[in-house]
Design a binder for this molecule. Structure first.
Ligand code: FES
Ligand code: FE2
Length: 380
């Protein structure tokens, strides 16, 4: 059963939230802890939004497939023999066994339980020993489709069949990304970092969306980018966070050979961030996946010009893994513990009219989107 939010509960969690970030309080911290809000996040946010799956090159060949799970919903994507991209719930129509695991290439999809056999377009090709059944018409049996779309050479899926295309929902985002990363179609998956964090996924997004904390918590990062040029813009379902690479001495990693001199980062509702760092041609996709009301799995995928990182890129990955991430994980886990006390249930946004990196207006923008999603669960 879907979670319903009473008007009184909605009023409590949004108390003090104002469309004007200069006059606004943040959303109530119970949204960051209560298991009922994890369920609400799943139903109103994750099961209705575009989720990153993989780079398009993974599904280039007919029969190639990738499986995933969207908050408990097992899915897979494939390219059929007519070249069409398709995505389905990863569930057999006989008794509900999962059909595929991992990733790879198949001519047909054969269920591991009783070997029902599906074409790549989801139609049932054969069901063993079904000839003797009455009223069994295999032409009426198809895998349950979900939405799939290629956006900026990356594959996204969405469980909500009625949703607008990501390209439409995200306005000018594709143009922005492609103007900074025109080499995206040629980049190759080269590395993955993963983390399990003791914090609600929204705390991690909040932390990602502001650099108010950077001069305090990320001293080395502040030498990598020129904080004076850092600007944050919010639009519809995304925000962009753009700065020039620093020109002074840099303590983060060597950018002496850099062809990319901008630090360009986008947040895409609800849990995906897309990044281009100073260095060689590169792109990073970083996702925050809830694993509980107060725990999150992070997956950080690196795409480079080659499928293995060069020495400079290894140094950049090490900087993220050894310096930046431990700094941020320490912050968000501490915030989660702080939220568990009765001493903090909402706070103010520190907003800068110049929309600099030091401003928290993108956190306010994110909270507005969260509240809009929660309103969808309110009784009318
Ligand atoms: S559950 Fe798939 S063939 Fe029986
Ligand atoms: Fe940070």
């Amino acid at each position: 059963m879907k979670t319903v939010l009473s008007q009184a509960e909605y009023a409590e969690i949004s108390k003090g939230f104002d469309p004007d970030p200069f006059n606004s309080w943040s959303i109530n911290t119970r949204c960051y802890q209560d298991p009922a809000y994890l369920k609400l996040d799943q139903e109103q946010i994750f099961h209705r939004s575009w989720q990153f799956l993989c780079h398009e090159s993974k599904l280039a060949e007919a029969g190639s497939f990738v499986t995933s799970s969207i908050q408990g919903q097992s899915i897979f994507a494939t390219r059929d023999h007519n070249g069409e991209l398709r995505a389905f719930y990863n569930v057999c129509k006989h008794r509900g066994h999962e059909l595929l695991s991992g990733e790879g290439r198949k001519k047909l999809i054969v269920c591991p339980y009783h070997a029902w056999c599906y074409n790549l377009d989801g139609s049932l090709k054969a069901a063993r020993r079904s000839e003797v059944l009455k009223n069994f018409d295999k032409s009426t049996i198809n895998l349950e489709p979900i939405r799939i779309e290629i956006f900026c050479h990356m594959v996204f899926v969405n469980l909500d069949m009625d949703t607008a295309p990501l390209a439409t929902q995200s306005g000018n985002l594709a143009n922005e990304i492609m103007s900074y990363a025109p080499d995206l179609p040629k980049l190759k998956h080269a590395h993955r970092l993963t983390y399990n964090i003791k914090a609600n996924w929204k705390s991690i997004v909040d932390n990602f969306l502001e650099c108010y904390h950077c001069p305090v918590a990320h001293r080395d990062f502040c030498t990598l980018v020129d904080m004076e040029t850092y600007r944050v813009k919010t639009h519809g379902i995304y925000s962009s966070h753009i700065a020039k690479a620093g020109t002074t001495n840099n303590n983060a990693y060597d950018v002496g050979n850099a062809t990319v001199t901008d630090h360009a980062v986008w947040y895409l509702w609800p849990n995906t961030t897309l990044m281009r760092y100073p260095g060689r041609g590169n792109f990073m996709v970083w996702r925050f996946v809830p694993t509980g009301p107060e725990t999150t799995y992070e997956e950080f995928d690196f795409f480079f010009e080659t499928d293995t990182p060069n020495d400079d890129e290894i140094e950049a990955i090490k900087f993220i893994d050894d310096v930046l991430q431990p700094e941020d994980i320490g912050l968000v886990e501490s915030v989660q513990r702080g939220m568990q006390t009765p001493a903090f249930n909402r706070g103010r946004y520190l907003v800068d009219p110049e929309e600099s990196g030091l401003s928290e207006h993108a956190v306010h923008h994110f909270h507005g989107l969260v509240l809009e999603a929660y309103r969808g669960a309110c009784k009318t």
